[in-house]
Design a binder for this molecule. Sequence first.
Ligand code: NI
Length: 138
Amino acid sequence: MSKLIRFGVSLEEDLLIKFDRLIRKKKYTNRSEALRDMIRDELVKKEWTENKEVTGAITLVYDHHTRELVNKVLDVQHDYHACILSTQHIHLDHHNCFEIIVTKGKSKEIEELYQKLKSIKSVKHAGFMMATKGTDLS
Ligand code: NI
């Protein structure tokens, strides 16, 4: 862990009031931890915009009875096998499936995989979460 450094921040009072309200709602107990998380979020976004090696999760909801849909979902995943770490398939009910695809690779490739899965006809919902390998964050 790197050395802890204190620094002063000057803010307009109104902005600080809004910040305190926001972090209270998000259950932070102090400003420092809220600020650290915001900085880390921005650094992770930067990793994604700079096409760094990142991690992420893609979720899909679809009806497995829809003709050819499962094959299409599988074909796309096999095309991107190098950046898929694992896939979890949950049968929600008689029709609906929930799939979680955990990825690691170049951000552009993961975004491409997400777009291809999302745009398959009859996929009911596709979700996406950017994450990081964590190696460049403290
Ligand atoms: Ni299923």
